[in-house]
Each structure stands twice: as structure tokens, then as C-alpha cells.
Design a protein around this ligand. Structure first.
Ligand code: BES
Ligand code: MN
Ligand code: ZN
Length: 510
């Protein structure tokens, strides 16, 4: 897939006062006393303009704020932007990532060609330099991302390419930055790929089209193979959950399987991991139809599956020495004469029967087949990711994804990956009392629980399909949807989960 704005990122050895660029980017803490000598030299050439911004009280380094100063021919840079990093003691890699994203967002808004980032300089000694290189690259991709492939007018005025460089005069620091920059660019590109696929609407991406995109991606990526089960194969394999949900649409359901074989043999003791992602290309609710307000957002109900697809791309490009498969059940949930209905009893791949009480609880019905399939393939670890419940959004808002599971170590590893990647999670329960609510009198299970704790009952449903396998579930409902642009992200899909999953796998291998 072509990138919508082609971003190229490199390091360059140059002092701040010598840097020729459209926009030079510096970070500023709200509580830092004084500035280092590079910034001082720059400010002297600017006649003290940077210092004056602070003295006038226009800019105090608060997180989420910035100030623009023009070069006026006094320095080779056309503009300098100061980005607020907040308090020093609160700094994390995500501070750098968000600041880079803010700068890249502004650069695209101003239609600039070159962007020079020196954000890492402010946080020297507080964060690892290579990790800052990675976070900077991820942020530059994230902030410059736009989705406008169907806006015919944008062909005239839109920026085609953005050249990003991370600048420093110190050769040693550049070397460290470079170590992280390449990995960050791979992850950043994968996340942009995810956002474009997710943003594409239901009339463009249906299950067969998603399978085709997965095939194309795998063909272009070394180490990846893609197999797709079509409706006939799903029938032969008795994947009754995926088939039931897909029955109402003329676009037939699919199970997409991506297999990654690392060139380097994985270290002994590393688990074989299955990533399972929900890809409902459009969720109308089916016969239990949703209210029409905001129903258009349900094109993003494929985000979990797409996060898996993009994570697999990144894992292969990084050449991580770990055995991973991606399993993506995909269907379109529509009402029609052939839809599954409330009251139906569905026999799933596991053999367990499910009484359907609400056709809008379709995510668990496609996931349970893929989870049972993964469990039967003897993976040691299964992680699923899904825009599963509105209840999770009610509980956590749009700041954190719900994290459930049956293993404390895996929960801890995912919480660490969340901290490292800036994609946040919050641990929620999914134990027996929730599973008890999902019991049916006329089948093994029902597909909905009672009124309360919907995120946990949904997770407790899924838990019953993984057997004894170590398993975690990420409920990302709401996390992939930005209704309004922010200072560092454009509206639409955020690609949530790509960084989280890749970071979890990267952390396993070191
Ligand atoms: N895809 C939705 C969940 C969702 C809602 C995601 C809002 C993002 C924003 C899911 O398939 C769904 O409809 N869940 C139902 C479950 C209920 C019927 C038990 C829900 O949350 O209302
Ligand atoms: Mn639904
Ligand atoms: Zn759904």
C-alpha cells in the first residue's frame, strides 16, 4: 500500500545554529533551569528571541503547548518551534513520542518539506538515547498521518512527502539515536498502514477484500505467509461462530492466518505466540440492530484484526526471533433474510453450543472460533485484541484499553509493553462469577451476560475457548476512534494496538 504522505526519516550531524530546515524542533521542560550550550548558541544568533518567549509568559513548557519563532534570516532554519514537555520528573518515552507527533502534525499543517527534530536533547541523561530515537520516529509517523485518499480536491494542495531528520552535533549520540530510529520507522509505518486500512469504509473493505490486502502484504514481506479460509473451508472446519455472524452479508466471511517464520531460530524457552484480532468490517448489530447515531463509526470494528495484521508486518520487517501467528476472523454483521437471529443456537468450532440472545454481541462469536483454533494448534500464549464492548468504553473512557487474562505473568508483560509503547491498558476481572452469567439453559453458553460488567462478561465468554492456554484479552473499543483531531493526531483510526503488540514481542526477545 502506498503511503498517503511518504515520510522519510534519518539522522544528521549538525549543530542547532547551523541547521538548514523548514522547521527546527526543540523540547522545553516546564521546570528546567537554564538551557544547554547548543540552544544558547542558537538563541544568541536569534538575538534572544527564544528567551523572550519564556520571559513574556507566552510559553512555559507545559505539556500540550508550543511556541513558534521565525528564523528571520538570522539562522539557517526558517522556523523554530518549542514544544512543552511538562515536568521533568514525569518524563517518559511517550513525552518524546507525543512531542515529535505534535511537531510532525504542525509541519504537515504548514505544508513544510523538511522537519528537524532535536527533542531528545532536552531529555539527555533522563531517558535512553536509542529508545528516544525509536520514540521520535514513531511519533513523526504518527503525527504526520492523514487519511484523505478519497478527497479528490486534496490532490492539488496536499504535501506528498515529508523529510524528517533527527539532528545532533555529537557523533556518539547520533549513533545511539540511529539504533532506535530504524525500528521506530518500521513500527511507525506499520501503524500508518493499520490506520489507512481501518479508515477505509465498509464498501471498500469487506472480508474478502481484507483477506486480499493481507495476502498482498504477506507476499511483499519476507518471512510471512498468508493462508485464507473461505466460506467453504470454514464450513468444512465447522467454524460455526464465524459463519453465523457472516450469514447476513453478501460478502462472505473469512479466517485470515498469517504465519511468521523467523530467519533466526528463537531462543529456547520463548513461547509460540498467537495474536487473534476481531475484524468485523462493518457492525450494524445485525437483527439486533444498533441505533443509527454514529453507526458509521462501526467501520472501525475491524481495528483489532488490523492491529494484528500490521503488527505481523512490523514483526517480520524487524526480523524478531520469535514464533508468531496472526489469526484474523473477519465477517460483516448485517441484517437480512439470511442473518443469524436472536434465539438461534450455534455450534462453534470448539464443539460448544451458544444460544444467541443478541446478534450485536458478534465479536465474541467470531473470536471464539479463532481462539479455539489457536488453542488446538498448541500455542503457548494467545493474545486477542478486539473492539468488543461499549461497556469497556463506559468503564475506561478513551484513554485506556481493558486488559483481562488468566495468567499474572502475561498480564504483567502486557502492562510493561503498554508503559513502553504509550498505548495504555487497565487490568479488569474476567473470573468465574462473570462466566456463570453466560450459562444457558438450552445450550452450553449464551452470548450475553446481565446488565452490568459487560467488558468482563465478554472476556469471561472468550476465556472458555482457550482451555489451559496462557491467554490475555485486550478490549480496545473506543481506542481506535478519534472523533476530533488532537494536537498530535488526525481524526479517524489511531492504529491502537500495533505498538503495544510489537513492543510485547520485542520485549520477549531481549
Ligand atoms: N463493536 C461493538 C462494540 C463497540 C461499541 C465498539 C462502541 C466501539 C464502540 C460490539 O460488537 C457490540 O456491539 N457490543 C455490544 C455487546 C452487547 C450486545 C452485549 C455492546 O457493547 O453494546
Ligand atoms: Mn456488535
Ligand atoms: Zn462489533
Amino acid at each position: 500500500m502506498k503511503q498517503i504522505i511518504a515520510v522519510d526519516i534519518k539522522t544528521r550531524k549538525v549543530g542547532l545554529a547551523q541547521c538548514k530546515t523548514d522547521l527546527l524542533v526543540l523540547g522545553r521542560f516546564s521546570d528546567a533551569a537554564g538551557v544547554d550550550k547548543d540552544v544558547k548558541a542558537l538563541d544568541e544568533k536569534l538575538g534572544g528571541a527564544l528567551g523572550r518567549v519564556a520571559k513574556l509568559g507566552d510559553f512555559a513548557g507545559k505539556a500540550g503547548t508550543s511556541a513558534l519563532v521565525y528564523g528571520d534570516g538570522k539562522i539557517p532554519a526558517r522556523r523554530v518551534i518549542l514544544i512543552g514537555l511538562g515536568e521533568q520528573k514525569k518524563v517518559t518515552l511517550d513525552t518524546i513520542r507525543k512531542a515529535a507527533a505534535t511537531a510532525a502534525n504542525q509541519a504537515v499543517n504548514m505544508k513544510l518539506q523538511t522537519l528537524s527534530l532535536a527533542l531528545h536533547q532536552a531529555a539527555q541523561g533522563k531517558l535512553d538515547t536509542a529508545e528516544m530515537g525509536k520514540a521520535t520516529a514513531e511519533g513523526a509517523y504518527f503525527g504526520s498521518y492523514r487519511y484523505d485518499e478519497y478527497v479528490t480536491e486534496s490532490q492539488n494542495g496536499r504535501l506528498g512527502a515529508l523529510k524528517v531528520e533527527v539532528v545532533d552535533a555529537d557523533a556518539g549520540r547520533l549513533k545511539s539515536l540511529n539504533q532506535g530510529l530504524g525500528d521506530g520507522a518500521v513500527v511507525g509505518r506499520a501503524q500508518s498502514y493499520a490506520r489507512t486500512l481501518a479508515n477505509r469504509p465498509g464498501n471498500v473493505i469487506n472480508p474478502p477484500a481484507l483477506a486480499k490486502a493481507a495476502m498482498e502484504m504477506a507476499r511483499a514481506t519476507r518471512g510471512l505467509r498468508c493462508t485464507v479460509f473461505d466460506a467453504g473451508q470454514l464450513k468444512a472446519k465447522k467454524m460455526g461462530g464465524i459463519l453465523a455472524v457472516g450469514a447476513g452479508s453478501r460478502s462472505e466471511p473469512r479466517l485470515i492466518i498469517l504465519k511468521y517464520t523467523p530467519a533466526k531460530k528463537p531462543a529456547k524457552g520463548l513461547p509460540r505466540v498467537a495474536l487473534v484480532g476481531k475484524a468485523i468490517t462493518f457492525d450494524s448489530g445485525g437483527i439486533s440492530i444498533k441505533p443509527s447515531a454514529d453507526m458509521d463509526q462501526m467501520k472501525l470494528d475491524k481495528s483489532g484484526g488490523i492491529a494484528v495484521l500490521a503488527a505481523m508486518k512490523a514483526v517480520a520487517e524487524l526480523g524478531l526471533p520469535v514464533d508468531v501467528w496472526g489469526l484474523i476472523p473477519s465477517a460483516e454483521n448485517l441484517p437480512s433474510g439470511s442473518s443469524y437471529r436472536p434465539g438461534d443456537i450455534v455450534t462453534t468450532y470448539s464443539g460448544k453450543t451458544v444460544e444467541i440472545l443478541n446478534t450485536d454481541a458478534e465479536g465474541r462469536m467470531i473470536l471464539c472460533d479463532a481462539l479455539a483454533y489457536a488453542a488446538r494448534q498448541k500455542f503457548e500464549t494467545i493474545i486477542d485484541i478486539a473492539t468488543l464492548t461499549g461497556a469497556c468504553m463506559v468503564a475506561l473512557g478513551q484513554y485506556k484499553a481493558g486488559l483481562m487474562g488468566n495468567d499474572d505473568d502475561l498480564i504483567a508483560q502486557l502492562r510493561r509493553a503498554a508503559d513502553d509503547s504509550g498505548e495504555n491498558v487497565w487490568h479488569l476481572p474476567s473470573g468465574d462469577e462473570y462466566a456463570d452469567e453466560m450459562k444457558s439453559k438450552i445450550a452450553d453458553l449464551r452470548n450475553t451476560g446481565g446488565r452490568w460488567g459487560g467488558a468482563s462478561t465478554a472476556a469471561a465468554f472468550l476465556r472458555q475457548f482457550v482451555g489451559e492456554t496462557t491467554w490475555a484479552h485486550l478490549d480496545i473499543a473506543g481506542m481506535d476512534i478519534l472523533q476530533k483531531a488532537t494536537e498530535y493526531a488526525s481524526a479517524g483510526s489511531t492504529g491502537f494496538g500495533v505498538r503495544l503488540l510489537v513492543t510485547y514481542l520485542m520485549n520477549l526477545t531481549r
